[in-house]
Design a protein around this ligand. Sequence first.
Ligand code: XIL
Length: 391
Amino acid sequence: MAKRRTFLYGAAGALGAGAFSWLAAQQDGCTAQQMHESEQELAAIRNRSFDDDDERDSLGDRATAKGLLYGAAVMSNKLSSDADFAACVARECNILVAENDLKWKALRPAPDQFDFSRGDRLLDFTQCHDMQFRGHTLVWHNGLPDWFENTVTDDNAEQFLQTHIQTVVSHYAGKLHSWDVVNEAILPEHGRRNGLRRTPWLELLGESYIDIAFETAAQADPDAMLVYNDYGIDYDTSQEERKRTAVLELLSRLKSRGVPIHALGLQAHLRGDLTHFNPDKLRSFIQDAANMGLKVLVTELDVSDRYLPRDIDTRDRQVAEVYEAYLTAALAEPSVIAVLTWGLSDRYTWLSRFQPRSDGGSVRPLPLDEQLQRKRAWRAIAATITHRLNP
Ligand code: XIL
């Protein structure tokens, strides 16, 4: 254990230099020399000997060996302010997704302005570290700028939607692995036709907003994988079953209208205290999507420990079990091409704010703890990736 600790701090320290060279390079982009240095640092870390041979390969290395992608959602400001964290991201991931930096609120300071600075810094980081990059998200009812409500109207909504998607997707054209084009469009509880969620875009444009979004994105970047992404479709409950059905019906309508959509994203915000998981249900849902010709990505995986007991070991075990059960089922499906956790370390997780514990203890939903140490959750992800049969 002591040795492992040394390794992890050592890795962070050594790669920290790489992260700093990235910081210095932000203005000019990443030079070949800097890439070379960070590759040497990575190689040095990989060549060390360890007590526990099972922990030598990072999640990204294991994923690569299986033709899979593993990565995490990150914010550019954390990569630039926390070199140890950035080093862990560089070590563990072969794909990143922008947690907030490509949402409307970040990109659109004013109706006629675009600010790509934060998104571009993330792209630079991924390019420096030879990773792929996912865009999140072009259409969502949250994360809209304050000016949106009083500016976008029935008369100009289509124009706003098209201009946004055309400009943003063109800016990153050829450089991104995939885009979450439409996020969270289904919510049967809203009682709307086809289970559609009541969102500003639905009110303004009807269901056609979804078609317009995918079509505009495809025109702006014909090579990007275009994804429909949603949550609440993981568990064996009647509520989630209704939502799965509505999602599949939406995907089927889009396909039958010839809309360019390539993949389904399962957010997979899971809970450590729930027992309603049924691997067969999840697999048959994934198969239904695959039968429409869609790939599947696990896009925002985390496991909330909000309602788990205070004892850390108990919590970590239960969280790891949930990771293992979910990924064992998902990765048994050959259509699943990527797994991304919504954050990498408990140091930075949206759940500290959105699902805090009532006992005031800090939440532990991610593969690395607050000190950037690998947890049982890390080992569960590592094992499920490593044991995946090659499709
Ligand atoms: C969350 C971010 O993690 C937070 O930092 C932000 O304050 C709100 O959004 N589903 C999604 C993500 O698709 O965009 C959300 O991200 C989490 C739920």
